[in-house]
Design a protein around this ligand. Structure first.
Ligand code: PLP
Length: 446
């Protein structure tokens, strides 16, 4: 009768965290850390934000739960209005769930149902094309779309595998070409794949506008998303933007697709949506899709107990109100430029930094054993784990990742502080990062 949490890892004992304030976290020993990755790009407003806490607490006092099959709540209606007010024009319907994986599954199911309602039950449009070096969640459904290679291998017999194309990884181009003379072979691969499968079998293409956790902020060339949008339109395929990480201001735009003025058919979001105050996710849906269901069967044949729960609604509405009132997206853009300048200095001077890339306050750093050849460190060196440890010792939390590069694990991490970080805080992050990476590179390259 000795209850224990089944930990994510039995190998390391994570410290107990007791407090958070702004960009800082404090553990049980009183040690303070800068949350340099907002948890995993979640705590966009930092920790302990009074406005959000008040909104959630007030909602708890009104109504904590009401089953979505019977009731609507003002909190969730308000959240939909707030989210749509920052989403691209023409995406007014929001479906609320409890996290990113549930939201992805909702998008995939909605794409299928949309075509059934539009074209009839005999439609064959169902497959979703995804990309390698991407991440869409940890459920069996979402892992069939993508996922970290290391984790996929263990569970792959369970998946319904989606067809996949290569992601835009210009630093290690999967087509061994160079931008811009490549003509964006990576985007053109979508059309080839659709034609191979047959567009009549494909319902959607899904991608992260900036690849997040698997390879560290892979940022596409400017033409990529407009080209992808055009191909999806030409073949009557829905474009699903997985903005679980990149959404809600993270990249210095309301949603990351705004950088390229592209409107997807469905935006999937989570993380920053309620900024970590309550588990939340959702899909933001093009009106024509939602209204096809409205005028057809009249219902989305999908649901979870916690759909549109009022606590998530109150937190989401409060987060979006806060973002507008305090110009959080503008701050992410301005501080992002400061962070980018500092990271580029580190890129120029640290011998194991191969590339830094990103937008706004979402940056990836790729570590290499040899900058001239771009050779990754052998996996046994644990380069990103060491960099993470050295930064942590200097009181800076970063988010380690590892991409599969031609069958070899690479090393990278994300640096993505809360969107409310000040210029002085960005400078402090850069200082600790530079020191941490210096110490790690001395050990790794000696
Ligand atoms: N999609 C992306 C791009 C993500 O980064 C994540 C989580 O990191 C997910 C989906 C899954 O979200 P969740 O962990 O909330 O299920």
């Amino acid at each position: 009768m000795d209850g224990k949490v089944l930990p994510r890892s039995f190998k390391t004992q994570a410290p107990i965290i007791v407090k958070g304030e702004g960009i800082y976290l404090e553990d049980e020993s009183g040690r303070r850390y800068i949350d340099g990755c907002s948890g995993a790009l979640i705590s966009n407003l930092g920790h302990g934000c009074p406005e959000i806490i008040e909104a959630v607490t007030a909602q708890l006092g009104r109504i904590e739960f009401a089953h979505p099959s019977r009731w609507r709540t003002e909190a969730t209606e308000e959240a939909a209005r707030e989210v749509a007010s920052m989403a691209p024009e023409g995406l007014d319907y929001v479906w609320f769930v409890s996290g990113g994986s549930e939201a992805i599954e909702s998008a995939v199911k909605l794409a299928r149902q949309y075509y059934v309602e539009r074209d009839g039950a005999t439609t064959s449009k169902a497959q979703v094309i995804a990309r390698w070096n991407s991440y869409h969640g940890s459920t069996i459904g979402t892992m069939g779309l993508a996922g970290s290679m290391a984790r996929r291998r263990l569970f792959s017999p369970l998946f319904l595998e989606a067809p996949k194309i290569a992601a835009h990884y210009c630093y290690r181009c999967p087509f061994e070409a160079t931008y811009p003379s490549c003509g964006l072979l990576c985007a053109r691969e979508l059309e080839k794949t659709i034609r191979r499968i047959g567009p009549q079998y494909v319902s959607a293409f899904i991608a992260e506008p900036i690849v997040g956790s698997t390879v560290g902020a892979l940022t596409p060339p400017e033409e990529y998303w407009p080209m992808i949008r055009e191909v999806c339109d030409r073949y009557d395929i829905l474009l699903i933007a997985d903005e679980v990480m990149t959404g809600c201001g993270r990249t210095g735009a309301n949603f990351c697709v705004d950088h390229w003025k592209v409107t997807p058919d469905i935006i999937v979001t989570a993380k920053g949506m309620a900024a970590g105050y309550v588990p939340t996710g959702g899909i933001i849906v093009r009106n024509a899709i939602a209204e096809t269901l409205r005028d057809g069967s009249g219902a989305f044949l999908h649901g979870h107990t916690y759909n549109g729960n009022p606590l998530s609604g109150a937190a989401t509405a409060a987060v979006f109100r806060y973002m507008k009132k305090h110009h959080v997206v503008e701050n992410a853009r301005a501080q992002g430029e400061r962070l980018a300048t500092g990271l580029r200095k580190i890129e120029a001077t640290n011998p194991m930094v191969g590339e830094v890339r990103g937008k706004g306050l979402m940056w990836g750093v790729e570590l290499v054993a040899d900058r001239a050849t771009r050779a990754p460190f052998p996996k046994s060196r644990g380069a990103s784990a060491l960099a993470t440890k050295e930064c942590l010792e200097r009181g800076l939390v970063i988010y380690p990742g590892g991409g599969m590069i031609d069958g070899v694990e690479g090393d990278n991490f994300l640096i993505a502080p809360p969107l409310v970080a000040t210029a002085a805080e960005i400078d402090e992050i850069l200082k600790r990062l530079e020191e941490g990476l210096d110490a790690a590179s001395k050990k790794l390259l000696s």
